[in-house]
Design a protein around this ligand. Structure first.
Ligand code: ADP
Ligand code: MG
Length: 691
């Protein structure tokens, strides 16, 4: 309260307040000025006229021209939300883009984020019912809304942003939207895309018009390496320092890397070199940006670069089109991207580092020419650009597991998947494999119709495989009673990439000395944290990120509430009283639950290490990732490797690695839990009952 202040303090306070208000006013003024400078501003009236005239409009424009941040605000100005009666949804392929753009737009509209302007991503809903009019969300979240209201009646406009990315969710959304358009004549659909693919979208929507927003673009000089570089990180770092020491300021650098690990590794190297150079060089502000970067750190990339300093942004391809960082003059591009790749014959999804398409590297280069003429250093050869790179990226639908999508479509009543409108059709083997794995999970019956279990799986905001684990934990007679434990492990598995402050090994050692599997380590971490009453200091003591743990707790609450709604909690609790509380006993039950959800992720120990268990494929050799507890147990503590292991993630970099591994101590659990898969694979052996 003001009255408690001494007079001079009060004066000081008032002066400060006035100053703050003035800078705040200036800031808002500048924001409004900046808005008018964006290329899209000149086309505001024309755009709104076209939107009035047509139900579907493709909007094509250079990145950074203002499509994502401005268009939705224009729609509000034009009355599409009718004083809060309707909402406008804007979808983004990436979570980081949805949250960061929403924050920016809230700022521009001078409202609190989460009120008039909000966002919704999986496990996090920052919107207010009856208040939010602009909702930025991931494409996957809008897809789920069809389950609750298949006409999406609360929306007056839907903007499918970054459509050129052609994520699976975007492609399915576009198909579903195409079907509801005749039923919702007042619904406006905007498809916005960078300067690729626009024509294909227009053809899909019966040759609807394309509105082109010309962007500002300065020339970008492109440089190639003369020979292929074996180590592109090394080459990128060298290039960064060449630019930093020879080129004048201002002029920030954007480097495209493939993922969190690579970015963090590069960041440490840069910091180390800067430290060694000391005062001999100008300052450098190193800012990473990737999907799992904690939100509090994301906004750092947008902060203006201080004077006499150079900003170096280390980004995944999120900075290719979804986010625009002002002030970039140099782009360094090794030309790689991490992509899902699905092999229907084995049913496995791998995360592969692959060369980008030409369209992508051209987009990336363009990022250097927004403020003035720029330079792009490609860490690959000119020959490679013209002879090796694909023209366009492959749409996700052609290279991913479709089980979730097929299940969702079936529950929406789309039974003939081949007739569903899609821009690119998935492969028949992939579709067949999805149906087969859904059948194994019990989501479909032998006629291919969705079962009650399948419908239940759709209700969960997580993969159907996880939902199956939870269902088994609550209902299977040899597993019942471990729902709470499975909820914890599954929630932890969603956030493992930003869980530890330093090395996972050190954190693990400080939590428990005896643990067989990563799953059980995660369970132990959460339980100990819960016993500490969710304290911050427990996290600090054990080198675990408090913010991540808080997110995990939130995810767990949501999954718990969902289990409760579906009656699983009650079934589980009734059984819990009857089961033993010994750790070995509970771990066995938990392990069985995961087998039931992930039978395809079980690998077997052979003479050359672990290999996958497909009938036809003969097995792909995989290695336990060094970050897994199993790795330490086998390599360092020389424990005997378990014959069977279940993994949660398979990645391919220099080798095939499996991460987040669960030991399966008894072979007979496999055919007991999933006879359809393992009776055949393990053959006679198990019938004789070796265990
Ligand atoms: P487009 O969608 O056409 O690529 P955007 O609407 O994303 O363009 O960006 C328009 C402008 O808004 C860009 O100059 C960008 O730098 C700015 N901008 C976007 N998000 C933020 C943010 N979080 N902070 C500051 N500026 C931002
Ligand atoms: Mg955009």
């Amino acid at each position: 309260d003001d009255d408690d202040l001494l007079p001079e303090e009060k004066l000081r306070y008032e002066t400060r307040l006035a100053e703050a208000l003035e800078t705040e006013e200036n800031r808002i003024l500048t924001i409004q000025e900046t808005r008018k400078l964006l290329p899209v501003y000149q086309y505001k009236d024309e755009l709104l006229k076209e939107i009035k005239k047509h139900q579907v409009l493709i909007i094509m424009g250079e990145t950074g021209s203002g499509k994502t941040t401005q268009l939705p605000q224009y729609l509000v100005d034009d009355g599409y939300t009718k004083q809060g009666e309707f909402q406008i949804a804007i979808t983004q392929p990436r979570r980081v883009a949805a949250t960061s753009v929403a924050a920016r737009v809230a700022d521009e509209m001078n409202v609190v984020l989460g009120k008039e302007v909000g966002y919704q991503i999986r496990f996090e809903d920052k919107t207010t019912p009856n208040k939010t009019i602009l909702k930025y969300m991931t494409d996957g979240m809008l897809l789920r809304e069809f389950l609750a209201d298949s006409n999406l009646s609360k929306y007056s406009c839907i903007m499918i942003d970054e459509a050129h990315e052609r994520t699976l969710a975007t492609d399915i959304l576009i198909g579903l939207l195409k079907e509801i358009l005749p039923k919702r004549p007042n619904l406006k659909l905007l498809i916005s895309s960078a300067t690729m693919n626009a024509k294909k979208f227009s053809e899909f929507f019966n040759d609807c018009p394309i509105f082109n927003v010309p962007g500002r673009r300065y020339p970008v000089d492109i440089h190639y390496t003369l020979q292929p570089e074996a180590n592109y990180i090394h080459a990128a770092i060298t290039t960064i320092f060449q630019i930093h020491t020879t080129q004048a300021l201002p002029g920030d650098i954007l480097v495209f890397l493939t993922g969190q690990e690579e970015i963090e590794r590069t960041k440490s190297k840069l910091e180390e070199i800067m430290f060694r150079l000391g005062s001999r060089t100008r300052e450098m502000l190193i800012t990473p940006i990737y999907a799992n970067l904690p939100q509090e750190q994301q906004s750092k990339i947008f902060q203006p670069t201080p004077e006499n300093c150079r900003k170096v942004v280390l980004a995944t391809n999120i900075a290719e089109t979804s986010l625009t960082i002002d002030g970039i003059k140099y782009v360094i591009d090794p030309g790689f991207v991490k992509e899902n790749s699905y092999v229907p014959s084995t049913g496995m999804t791998q995360l592969l580092t692959v060369p980008c398409s030409r369209a992508s590297v051209d987009q990336r280069a363009g990022r250097a020419g927004r403020v003035g003429p720029g330079k792009c250093f490609r860490i690959f050869t000119k020959w490679s650009y013209s002879h090796e790179l694909e023209l366009m990226p492959k749409p996700e639908i052609t290279r991913t597991n479709l089980s979730n999508t097929v299940l969702l479509l079936l529950s929406l009543g789309v039974t003939d998947l081949l007739k569903f409108p899609l821009m690119d059709k998935p492969g028949i083997p992939t579709l067949r494999k999805s149906l087969e794995s859904l059948y194994i999970l019990g989501a479909l019956n032998s006629k291919g119709a969705i079962t009650n279990l399948g419908k239940m799986m759709c209700e969960f905001p997580c993969e159907p495989e996880f939902a199956k684990v939870l269902h088994t934990a609550a209902t299977h007679e040899q597993c019942q009673g471990v729902l709470e434990e499975c909820l914890t492990i599954i929630s932890m598995l969603h956030e493992t990439s930003s869980l530890f402050i330093g090395q996972k090994k050190e954190a693990a050692a400080s939590v428990t000395s005896e643990v067989e599997s990563d799953h059980m380590l995660y369970l132990e971490i959460f339980n100990q944290w819960r016993n500490s009453k969710f304290s911050r200091s427990w996290c600090q003591d054990h080198k675990v990120q408090f913010k991540t743990m808080s997110r995990i707790k939130n995810i767990r609450n949501q999954l718990f509430r969902c289990s409760e709604k579906l009656g699983l909690v009650e079934k589980n609790d009734r059984a819990r009283g009857k089961v033993s509380n010994s750790t070995v006993y509970l771990n066995g039950r938990i392990t069985r639950c995961f087998i039931s959800g992930f039978p395809m992720n079980v690998v077997q120990l052979g003479p050359t290490g672990y290999h996958t268990m497909g009938k036809s494929s003969g097995g792909l050799n995989v290695n336990v990732h060094p970050s897994s507890i199993l790795f330490a147990n086998y390599k360092e503590k020389a424990q005997r490797p378990s014959k069977y292991v279940l993994y949660q993630q398979l990645t391919l970099t220099s080798k095939e690695f499996i991460r987040d591994c669960l030991v399966i101590p008894k072979e007979k659990w496999l055919p007991e839990m999933v006879p359809q898969v393992f009776k055949g694979l393990l053959g006679e052996k198990t019938n004789r009952g070796r265990e």
